[in-house]
Design a protein around this ligand. Structure first.
Ligand code: GLU
Length: 498
């Protein structure tokens, strides 16, 4: 058997370090077994998927040094590798399941489902689809379909007993069928949901091992049913532990920068970040801390993965990056990387338009570019206080801005402006009174290029990190204040400012 693994990102946001972590382990496992590693884009959520996100994910993974054998950009024998291009494959499979009695048409409208949920909640039962359309007589179903009534296709799930799964790392996992919902497989517009598309593609692409994050364990019973109903062999499952913030919570952009682009733009070496991800729940047999991708592949076994939630800790990453700078690369290589990062053509291209009207010699460039070069801007809390806003307004405004920026899925001047406008409206501030706060938070001074342009150049994660840093410099937000601010933020969002 040739081992075939895959990473299947959904292109709905910035390239996440968690995606790189899962990709790395899939790649290492495939390579260690002389197999293939595939990249598949799961873009069935047409509303949230964007081509920009797909491009960013592919280029971020490549920047890290992860190469796939088949994928949407390089093709391969099992393509296309973008779910949106796989045509009617999913619908025909869903209909085959209806034919074989393993799935059924459901005609419930959103209103019916809302009412069902409300009734279940009132009765103290966990909301779930109650299976009413599964019990419809065949003649009624045919008639309603013939009349063109919209329907979805749902998965049939056993009423009793439990699902027994085998996970390479966790052994036997038992989940009662009563906890597994009759999942929608095909939406009324004919588009598949994740579960159907994922299983059909893993099978059609010959995936032998599904190595993914533990957040997908609850989906595994549905997948097992699908494999069984189709009569296909299920790939071996291996659910890796989730990356965590130092406080043990799930790694999220609210607490830690999660975009690979953040680490690239802050000047980390891809080798160091990849090495660090390789240490998330895994270690070299000789416990060496600095190792290359080739070293990892040569020594890789899944048995060395430990299940304790690996902590993604910036201090440790920084230390490892320093090791790589000093001992991992030659000075000549460091020079190439350094020039590319801070002085290369793409850096020039993005910054020069902002610089060319402001400087007369190269010697004057540094203050303008400094905010982009530094890890954190230098300033004291007093600089923020000197803007002249009341301390609680400062805190509230910065916190609102963080939340608002966290919610942005696109990133450009317009989004940043609208987030700032939101804060000003919510706090009844004039834009000109708030802007100095943003200048300081992003650059450390009020003598900088437009704060909006700077935010665009910094990108979403670096910008958010700096606004959060400003909050910390002001002493942070207590748990109690946080609760109060959350409520106020909710009110501001609801009052139609969005
Ligand atoms: N599209 C899913 C994701 O975004 C893939 C999950 C899986 O590997 O099955 O992570």
């Amino acid at each position: 058997m040739t081992v075939r693994t895959r990473i299947a990102p959904s292109p709905t946001g910035d390239p996440h370090v968690g995606t790189a972590y899962i990709a790395l382990f899939n790649l290492a496992f495939a390579r260690a077994h002389g197999g293939q590693f595939i990249l598949r884009i799961e873009d069935t959520d047409r509303e949230r998927s964007t081509p920009e996100s797909e491009i960013a994910i592919l280029s971020a993974l490549r920047w890290l040094g992860l190469e796939w054998d088949e994928g949407p950009d390089i093709g391969g024998p099992a393509g296309p590798y973008r779910q949106s291009e796989r045509g009617a494959l999913y619908a025909s499979h869903a209909h085959a399941l209806v034919e074989s009695g393993h799935a059924f048409h459901c005609f419930c409208t959103a209103q019916t489902l809302d009412q069902m949920r409300a009734e279940q909640q009132a009765a103290g039962v966990n909301p779930h689809y109650d299976g009413r359309c599964e019990r419809l007589a065949a003649a009624e179903v045919s008639q309603r379909l013939a009349q063109g009534e919209p329907s979805v296709i749902r998965l049939s799930v056993p009423n009793e007993g439990e699902c027994v799964l085998h996970d390479r790392l966790r052994g036997e996992i038992r989940i009662p069928w009563s906890q597994v919902d009759r999942q929608v497989l095909l939406k009324s517009d004919g588009m598949p949901t994740y579960h159907l598309a994922n299983v059909v593609d893993d099978h059609c692409m010959g995936i032998t091992h599904v190595i993914r994050g533990e957040e997908w364990i609850p989906s595994a019973p549905k997948h097992q049913l699908l494999y069984r109903y189709f009569g296909w062999e299920m790939p071996e499952l291996c659910h890796l532990p989730l990356l965590r913030n130092p406080d043990q919570s799930k790694l999220s952009k609210r607490k830690n920068p999660t975009s690979i682009l953040f680490y690239r733009d802050q000047g980390y070496l891809p080798e160091a970040l990849l090495n660090y991800l390789g240490r998330m729940g895994w270690s070299m047999p000789d416990e060496r801390e600095r190792f290359t991708l080739e070293d990892m592949i040569a020594a890789f076994t899944l048995d060395r993965v430990s299940l304790g939630g690996p902590i993604f800790d910036l201090d440790k990453l920084n230390w490892l990056n320093g090791e790589w700078l000093r001992h991992g690369l030659s000075d000549a290589e460091v020079l190439t990387r350094f020039m590319h990062w801070g002085f290369g053509p793409s850096f020039f291209e993005s910054t020069w338009p902002h610089l060319k009207t402001r400087i007369t010699t190269f010697g004057e460039a540094e203050p303008w570019l400094r905010p982009l070069w530094v890890t954190e801007p230098e300033y004291e809390a007093a600089a923020l206080h000197n803007v002249g806003l009341a301390p609680d307004v400062l805190i509230e405004g910065l916190q609102f801005l963080v939340w608002r920026l966290d919610a942005e899925r696109q990133w450009g001047r317009e989004q940043v402006m609208s987030a700032v406008q939101f804060v000003c409206t919510a706090l009844q501030l004039k834009l000109k009174d708030w802007m100095p706060v943003l200048f300081i938070a992003l650059s450390g001074s009020t003598h900088a290029m437009s704060a909006f342009d700077l935010a665009v150049l910094l990108g979403p994660d670096r910008t958010r990190a700096r606004v959060r840093l400003a909050l910390e410099r002001l002493g942070g937000v207590s748990k109690k204040a946080q609760k109060r601010l959350e409520k106020a933020y909710q009110v501001a969002c609801e009052s139609g400012q969005d």
